[in-house]
Design a binder for this molecule. Structure first.
Ligand code: SF4
Length: 63
């Protein structure tokens, strides 16, 4: 289950935003965290610029 991307996007240059994983956005009162469902540690250091698990999300899955 994913949550909709927040506005503004945290680390907009991150690969995670375009990933088919898909990431979940965990929001607190002051921050938004990008949680990866594939990584054992769940939270990759952001911004992710390269990831061996990245698979581009199909255009139809985008808004
Ligand atoms: S697989 Fe990699 S690029 Fe995709 S959401 Fe997880 S950390 Fe981000």
């Amino acid at each position: 289950m994913s949550t909709p991307p927040p506005e503004p996007l945290p680390f907009p240059e991150s690969l995670c935003h375009r990933c088919a994983a898909p990431p979940r956005y965990v929001q607190t009162r002051t921050s938004t965290f990008i949680m990866c469902p594939l990584l054992p540690q769940k939270y990759a250091p952001q911004p992710v610029r390269a990831c061996s698990l990245f698979v581009a999300r199909p255009p139809s899955a985008e808004e």
